[in-house]
Design a protein around this ligand. Structure first.
Ligand SMILES: Nc1ncnc2c1ncn2[C@@H]1O[C@H](COP(=O)(O)OP(=O)(O)OP(=O)(O)O)[C@@H](O)[C@H]1O
Ligand SMILES: [Mg+2]
Length: 305
């Protein structure tokens, strides 16, 4: 027979239906709360609270120290004076055409030994184009130093892209990387500075080529379309795309995610785009590969020269 219900604080019972002798196992307790010693529990609780709080403070202090170190590191790099930045910029921009000049001249020497005057003339012509570029870049940097205002004019996007493709011919064929384009008929002429736009495209294309050095067959695609008074440009490539870290830091001076990179290409690119009243956004295409989106004002006029 089950026992009558009790007023116990906790109660447990179970019935065992043995056929010889069914029985009920029952346990219950009614603690005398007033006589319980609370002090050890309170002390234990307070002790743990102190340990947890102390741990929290130590972790918080460590995080603060790390943040301070990071800030100091950042300012150390960001505090480069204007001259330093410009010098670094010149080195960055001149280095590539200078290497190309050397390569073309070496090629010309080889062709002289093989008595092939046509190829010599062609190699020297290419070297000349690169030296003209160096000269134009230096002139532009001098203007940058003297803070002369830049005049934005009608620039042919397709023409700039073709020129930059030629300038990077060596790098492209070494990798190899195929260039394709799709410029909408009404989205070719934009409001920019020709040399600056070329520098922007040059930096973006060389990054895309460098990102695909490990690939057997790389590609870079550029397309443009017009929306109202804005020209939208997207450059996509067949590389691995930006890492989350690169997406976050790409515009930071001296951030580089690759061996031997200076980390100035994107910084310069962003500053040039902004000075031409354009915008620049980075992400990865849904099918993988980096995607750089640019916007510039459309120019209704004719391209000069
Ligand atoms: N097309 C791309 N695909 C994948 N990662 C890219 C691409 N473009 C840039 N990145 C990443 O962004 C980083 C920053 O680019 P940035 O051009 O500023 O520097 P860099 O190419 O490393 O050096 P520098 O251009 O000064 O020689 C690169 O190191 C790379 O990790
Ligand atoms: Mg670069």
């Amino acid at each position: 027979v089950p026992p009558p219900p009790t007023e116990a604080f906790w109660h447990w019972q179970r019935q065992f239906s043995q056929h010889t002798q069914p029985f009920i196992l029952l346990a219950e307790a009614q603690p005398a709360w007033l006589s319980v010693a609370l002090l050890p529990f309170v002390l234990l609780f307070v002790g743990w609270a102190i340990v947890v709080a102390a741990g929290g403070v130590i972790l918080w202090q460590r995080k603060q120290r790390q943040n301070a170190d990071q800030r100091a590191w950042y300012y150390q790099h960001a505090r480069l004076n204007t001259l330093g930045e410009i010098t670094a910029g010149i080195v960055h921009e001149i280095n590539q055409p200078l290497t190309a000049v050397q390569t073309w001249i070496q090629g010309a020497q080889r062709q002289v030994r093989q008595d092939n005057p046509a190829a010599v003339a062609q190699a020297l012509g290419s070297a000349l184009v690169q030296t003209q570029r160096i000269s134009a870049l230096l002139t532009r940097f001098r203007e940058h130093v003297t803070q002369e205002a830049v005049t934005l004019e009608a620039v042919d996007l397709a023409e700039c892209w073709r020129h930059v493709g030629n300038l990077l011919e060596h790098e492209r064929t070494a990798s190899p990387v195929r260039l394709t384009h799709d410029f909408a008929a009404d989205a070719r002429t934009l409001c920019a500075d020709r040399l600056w736009l070329e520098q922007v495209l040059h930096n973006l294309l060389s990054n895309a080529i460098q990102a695909q050095q490990e690939r057997a067959a790389g590609w870079v695609h550029i397309r443009s379309h017009r929306e109202g008074e804005r020209i939208h440009i997207a450059i996509t490539d067949g590389g691995p795309g930006f890492t989350p870290e690169a997406l976050h830091n790409a515009f930071m001076p001296f951030y580089s995610g690759r061996e031997g990179g200076t980390g100035l290409g994107m910084t310069l690119t962003e500053s040039l785009v902004t000075r031409m009243n354009g915008t620049l956004a980075l992400d990865n295409a849904p099918e993988g590969g980096a995607r750089i989106r640019l916007q510039f004002a459309h120019h209704g006029g004719q391209v000069n020269g």
